[in-house]
Design a protein around this ligand. Structure first.
Ligand SMILES: [Zn+2]
Length: 153
């Protein structure tokens, strides 16, 4: 399960270096990303096919998963959280949130990176000028599914 190389966003688009917790990302998803198809509802259609419990790389805990959704059977997405400077997964520590689905990479990856809560792994590195011009942070259904697996069971 190779994770691709990542890059930071250009300095000019960095909105905050503070970072975000999972609690803050969930709150932002509630605030900005509940349209007619709620990602919170869609997350119930997701199944975790593989889950790697925290592994430690460069002092950061990583929970890595492969997730399939009922709407795209046979397609699994790499979805993971890096818990920064943490000894165990927590909703209250700063994270890097990553998913390779289109929802995340077209709308949220760049915005979360602007809030220091992601790096650019899968998106083309361009700001989401039409899909998320205000750079609102948020989580896709896969990341919500992983969050539930870790904290809501
Ligand atoms: Zn996703």
């Amino acid at each position: 399960m190779a994770i691709p190389r990542s890059r930071p966003i250009p300095e000019k688009d960095l909105l905050s270096v503070k970072g975000l917790t999972i609690s803050q990302l969930i709150a932002a998803t509630n605030k900005y990303w509940t349209g007619k198809t709620s990602r919170f509802d869609s997350a119930y259609d997701c199944t975790i096919k593989k889950l790697t419990r925290p592994s430690n790389a460069q002092g950061h805990l990583i929970v890595f998963s492969l997730i399939e959704s009922a709407t795209e059977v046979g397609k699994v997405y790499k979805t993971w959280f890096n818990f920064l400077k943490a000894k165990s997964p927590s909703e209250r520590v700063h994270v890097m949130a990553q998913c390779e689905c289109y929802d995340y990479l077209f709308r949220m990856e760049y915005a979360n990176a602007a809030h220091s809560a992601a790096r650019l792994f899968y998106s083309n590195g361009e700001p989401p000028d039409s899909s998320n011009p205000s750079l609102h942070p948020g989580l896709c259904k896969h990341l919500i599914c992983l969050k539930r697996e870790l904290f809501d069971r």
